[in-house]
Design a protein around this ligand. Structure first.
Ligand code: P6P
Length: 341
């Protein structure tokens, strides 16, 4: 389909809204504002090699990680735009220790949790990175206190209204769900528009790829070790050995598995006592990707087999072990961690 007739992401959002006569248009508005922020970040990421935005910003975030300049820029771009859009009542970001209030008089009915630039350690080596977002409906009374609070953010993944990511890679794509399937849009930089390029994405039921940082192998629980050992054994009948694919950028690894099939694991390990629950965060990494993968026909569980979407969050930046991807491989993993294999 040529450009003039391509379905833009804005048209897709409005078409979806038309299917819900009760809709006020606030979610459409929120997503549209996020898209503007994504285009702004994309412009900076694409110029990173040329402009002075590479390297460290000279500080560390709540996670104790060095903040890259682009991290800061992406965080501020989303925070400042969404604080004034009128659709959000409170936010949380990987880059901010506390909740982020919205501008006076701008509180709306949704909450926003986001990782402004995931995979930032890959920025300087030109590997794909991404923005991840998760949207819930506010649950706190909003008559007297227009601003939302932490309780509005600490909701189960199952309660998400929308979730998605923007991947800044060989092309820039936006992939998201509002609970009616997963749809991918590719940015045409010459027009500045996202066009529908991947309608109704379905993750392959089974795959040949596994994605994990095997450098942590000796620090994993035995069930995880046995599962990865199994994937690497030579057995043609069961399609083994699987192929290893690991970029070290969650959005890039997840996106490849969503399109081509695969299982991604970031299990807990006893390598870093400060991170007993693995490295990835629940609210703005595991839960939004879990919503996406379930909508695309896949599964997302913890390394002990609990559904990510059913976890009751207890803190903004809590970490959770993550096993996510093609249904067959996640089911297989469960057998190892349950000890039935
Ligand atoms: P490791 C990037 O820093 C990140 O948070 C995710 O994007 C990625 O999946 C993970 O960490 C990689 O971690 O320990 O394998 O380098």
């Amino acid at each position: 389909m040529s450009k003039p007739y391509g379905i833009t992401v804005s048209r897709h959002i409005m078409d979806s809204q038309r299917l819900h006569p009760e809709a006020t248009g606030d979610l459409s508005g929120l997503l549209s504002e996020l898209i503007v922020a994504a285009k702004t970040i994309n412009a900076e990421v694409n110029m990173a090699g040329l402009a002075d935005v590479l390297g460290m910003a000279g500080k560390t975030n709540i996670q104790g990680e060095h903040v890259q300049k682009l991290d800061d820029l992406a965080n501020n771009t989303i925070k400042r735009r969404m604080a004034r859009c009128g659709y959000v009542c409170v936010m949380t970001s990987e880059e901010e220790a506390d909740i982020i209030p919205v501008a006076e008089g701008s509180a709306g009915k949704y909450t926003l949790a986001f990782d402004p630039l995931d995979g930032s350690s890959n920025i300087d080596v030109n590997v794909s990175i991404g923005t991840i977002f998760s949207i819930h409906r506010r649950i706190s009374a909003n008559d007297l206190t227009p601003q939302g609070d932490e309780a509005d953010l600490l909701q189960k993944g199952r309660e998400q209204v929308a979730a998605g990511y923007i991947i800044y890679g060989s092309s820039t794509m936006m992939v998201f769900t509002t609970g009616e399937g997963v749809h991918g849009f590719t940015l045409d930089p010459s027009v500045g528009e996202f066009y529908l390029s991947h309608p109704d994405i379905r993750i392959p039921e089974r795959s040949r790829y596994f994605s994990v940082n095997e450098g942590n192998y000796n620090f994993w629980d035995n069930g995880v070790q046995r599962f990865v050992d199994y994937l690497k054994e030579n057995d043609k009948e069961t399609g083994r050995p699987y192929s290893a694919r690991y970029i070290g950028s969650l959005v890039a690894d997840f996106h490849r598995n969503l399109i081509a099939g695969g299982i991604f694991l970031y299990p807990r390990d006893n390598r870093n006592p400060a991170k007993p629950h693995g490295k990835l965060r629940l609210l703005y990494e595991a839960a939004p990707l879990a919503f996406l993968v379930e909508q695309a026909g896949g599964r997302a569980i913890t390394d002990e087999g609990m559904n990510i979407m059913d976890i009751e969050p207890t803190s903004l930046h809590q970490r959770v072990p993550l096993v996510i991807g093609s249904r067959h491989e996640v089911d297989l993993y469960e057998e190892f961690v349950a000890g039935t294999r």
